[in-house]
Each structure stands twice: as structure tokens, then as C-alpha cells.
Ligand binder design. Structure first.
Ligand code: ZN
Length: 72
């Protein structure tokens, strides 16, 4: 019935999620600075340090896409 449009949308979403995962793996984990709220991407070995202002307290950012995955 709606297999055409449904399949296309679903495949598109999955592709987007793959790209999201791939990009996050490639560039590390995204943190938000506790001082200037800048988004900082750090690899596991990188020191926890805001690359914008040098603040040392960063919060891990959770992507909204994870909730979409649960909703499925
Ligand atoms: Zn900062």
C-alpha cells in the first residue's frame, strides 16, 4: 500500500543515521563547554578542554536521533 513512499523514507532515514554514526566516529564525541556553551568535538585521547575558551568542564551532548531510534 504505502510500501513505495514508506520504503524510500525509511531507507533515507537509515542512511542519514549511518552518516551520523560515521561522522561521530570519525570526529570523536561532541561535548558542550560548561562556560561558553561552544560545541567541542574530542577524540577519546584528547584532553577535556574547550577549544574555544579553554574551559576544562565539558558536558557530553546527547543527540536527539537516539530518541528517534528508541521510538521505533
Ligand atoms: Zn568554552
Amino acid at each position: 500500500m504505502n510500501s513505495g513512499a514508506g520504503a524510500a523514507g525509511s531507507a533515507e532515514q537509515q542512511e542519514a543515521m549511518k552518516q551520523q554514526v560515521a561522522s561521530s566516529l570519525a570526529s570523536g564525541i561532541t561535548y558542550e563547554c560548561g562556560d561558553c556553551a561552544a560545541k567541542v568535538q574530542l577524540r577519546p585521547r584528547d584532553p577535556i578542554l574547550c577549544q574555544s575558551c579553554g574551559y576544562r568542564i565539558l558536558y557530553k551532548v546527547r543527540t536527539a536521533r537516539l530518541q528517534q531510534y528508541e521510538a521505533r
